[in-house]
Write a protein that binds this ligand. Structure first.
Ligand code: C5P
Ligand code: MG
Length: 218
């Protein structure tokens, strides 16, 4: 069973004996979403992208956070933790409920890839103390040059308001200033699997898969 890197006596919302969480980090364009899709095929994870959940909330009718989220995404800044953590908690609960409705609790569905999260230390702490401790960070690492090229390519068809040079520069900066400290903290607890994501999708997937396997079947 996984324990948190943050000290707390509180019981988390999800029981870490039943729910396994992997955090997926790396700069924008590092290949997080692509690799998550492949890991879902292999291991039957539920894949939750924090950015996707925020974009959905941004356009949800009646959301009180629409404007706030839009501004943060365009400026490449981090949305306040409460908003993102709550979206993740609801999405996890929904995925688990869906599973119980059908054939009952199947192995794999209590397993989550939380993609693009935690982007900042306070998000990490809030999630681990209140929701569920994470087993590992899969950290996809490559150069800004590679990430920029991928994002501009994606921007041709993604329709994302932040896949343009100006927003990308800001996102790189946020990543270095706010997200790298999260990775450094988890490294101290040996909870980071760093994977060079410069190589081909297939090659990167091999390494990612091996890192996941180590945790699921030690
Ligand atoms: O992960 P993705 O690139 O889709 O995230 C898009 C934007 O959503 C980020 O640049 C940031 O503004 C916001 N975000 C956030 N906190 C997260 C994930 C995304 O504030 N954990
Ligand atoms: Mg993504």
């Amino acid at each position: 069973m996984t324990t948190s890197v943050f000290k707390s006596d509180k019981k988390t919302f999800f029981d870490p004996a039943k729910v396994t969480v992997f955090f997926i980090l790396g700069g924008p364009g590092a290949g997080k979403g692509t690799q998550c899709a492949r890991l879902v095929q292999d291991f039957g994870f539920s894949h939750l992208s924090a950015g996707d959940l925020l974009r959905a909330e941004q356009v949800r009718e009646g959301s009180e956070y629409g404007e706030l989220i839009r501004t943060c995404i365009r400026e490449g800044t981090i949305v306040p933790s409460e908003v993102t953590v709550n979206l993740l908690k609801n999405a996890m609960a929904a995925a688990i409920a869906e599973d119980h409705e059908g054939e009952g609790w199947t192995e794999g569905r209590g397993r989550f890839l939380i993609d693009g999260f935690p982007r900042k230390l306070d998000q990490a702490e809030m999630f681990e103390v209140e929701i569920c401790p994470a087993s590992l960070i899969l950290f996809f690492d490559t150069t800004e040059e590679v990430m920029l090229a991928r994002l501009l390519e994606r921007g041709k068809t993604s329709g994302r308001e932040d896949d343009n040079v100006e927003s990308i520069k800001k996102r790189f900066r946020t990543y270095k200033e706010q997200t790298m400290p999260v990775i450094e903290l988890y490294e101290k607890y040996n909870k980071v699997a760093q994977i060079d994501s410069t190589a081909s999708i297939e090659e990167v997937h091999k390494h990612a898969s091996a890192a996941v396997m180590k945790v699921l079947a030690p």
